[in-house]
Design a protein around this ligand. Structure first.
Ligand code: NAD
Length: 333
């Protein structure tokens, strides 16, 4: 059996990545859509053969509770809207996948976790890289200390953002700038290469090169984590220019992924030579992995749960706090 997924929000990620990936998945299929735009509903019904009964807008959304075709609701809306739709999906008795960042503030993450627990439904975050072979190999190299203990990590993710009117540049909807959007990958990278949780953070905002476009959010920023083993990391995130690299220097060698966080193919090498891994569709691997566990009635692995989403959101907020105060912030476990 394939689980039926309903995508909520038919923007860029749903249109260009998730819906095409759902044509390749083994454990799930595109069963429904939730959209506020009637023309998109028409187009998607035709293109993906979705029955009208499985099409909702934001007002009729809660009726999804009565729809047996839909097992999982996948929330792909602007960051500030994740909480409301995850909670409503859980209340409708559906498992939920929610895009990253899970929310803007830790409190919202906790509400989402609580709502899913209360409904006895599972919550996954859209952490596709945990199902991606090059990333899994990098995690193994770091966590199993294949090149000895990790001493320092460089983990950076940024791109040149376009449209000055997009929600990503509005603090109320995005929660911040590139840190919330792609900096979260750099945070994840430092965490999964070391396999440790940071114990302190320092951070800095770079000067803005376009203060008008970036009046509401940061354009570029840097931060540093310190880990219990003594490993340290340095990261950049930016909407001004591209950067995409995860590099670890270890006692007996080094390894890196570059590109490290995009849709692939990712590319990796170590001080001993290239990393060879199969190239997969990240979104299909993620949704299939999550849905396999749901079908088997298993608890989702830690790395994809709401608790993991919450850990990252706490760190993102600590990074902002460190940059705003200019102080080193100690992080409690
Ligand atoms: P997008 O701007 O392309 O799409 C957002 C969608 O939300 C649009 O269809 C828009 O119509 C809809 N929407 C509903 N109410 C809205 C409102 N009040 N204001 C603005 N839009 C509204 O964005 P996207 O790139 O698809 O991103 C959606 C989510 O997916 C974000 O949380 C983003 O971080 C995440 N994302 C994740 C990945 C990944 O690799 N995991 C990649 C891209 C985006």
């Amino acid at each position: 059996r394939k689980l039926g997924i309903a995508l909520v929000g038919l923007g860029g990620y749903s249109t260009n990545q998730l819906a095409p990936a759902l044509q390749q998945t083994q454990n799930c299929r595109l069963a429904g859509i939730v959209t506020g735009t009637p023309s998109k509903a028409e187009e998607w019904m035709k293109k993906y053969n979705i029955p009208k009964a499985n099409v909702y807008d934001y007002k009729t959304f809660d009726r999804i509770a009565d729809n047996k075709d839909i097992d999982v609701v996948y929330v792909v809306l602007p960051n500030s809207m994740h909480e409301e739709y995850v909670v409503r999906a859980a209340q409708a008795g559906k498992h939920v996948i929610c895009e990253k960042p899970m929310a803007i503030m830790p409190k919202a993450c906790q509400n989402m976790i609580d709502a899913c627990k209360k409904a006895n439904k599972q919550l996954a975050i859209g952490y596709r890289l945990h199902y991606e072979p090059f990333t899994k190999e990098i995690m193994r190299l770091g966590q199993e200390k294949v090149f000895g203990p990790v001493k320092f990590v460089e983990s950076s993710d940024g791109f040149r953002s376009g449209d000055p009117n997009q929600w990503r540049l509005k603090k109320s909807m995005a929660g911040g700038g590139p840190l919330m959007d792609v900096g979260i990958y750099a945070v994840q990278g430092a965490r999964y290469v070391t396999g440790e949780e940071p114990i302190s953070v320092t951070a800095q905002f770079a000067p803005k090169t376009d203060p008008q476009k970036f009046k509401d959010v940061e354009e570029t920023m840097f931060w540093q984590f310190e880990f219990p083993s003594g490993a340290v990391s340095n990261s950049t995130t930016s909407y001004a220019a591209g950067v995409e690299r995860l590099y670890a220097s270890c006692e007996k060698g080094w390894f890196e992924l570059a590109p490290a966080f995009g849709y692939g193919p990712l590319k990796g090498r170590t001080s001993k030579g290239p990393i060879e891994q199969p190239v997969v569709n990240h979104q299909a691997a993620h949704m299939d992995g999550v849905c396999k566990d749901l079908l088997d009635g298993k608890k989702l692995p830690n790395h994809v749960t709401g608790e993991e989403g919450l850990r990252d959101v706490r760190l993102l907020q600590a990074i902002y706090q460190a940059a705003e105060t200019g102080k080193k912030i100690n992080l409690k476990a």
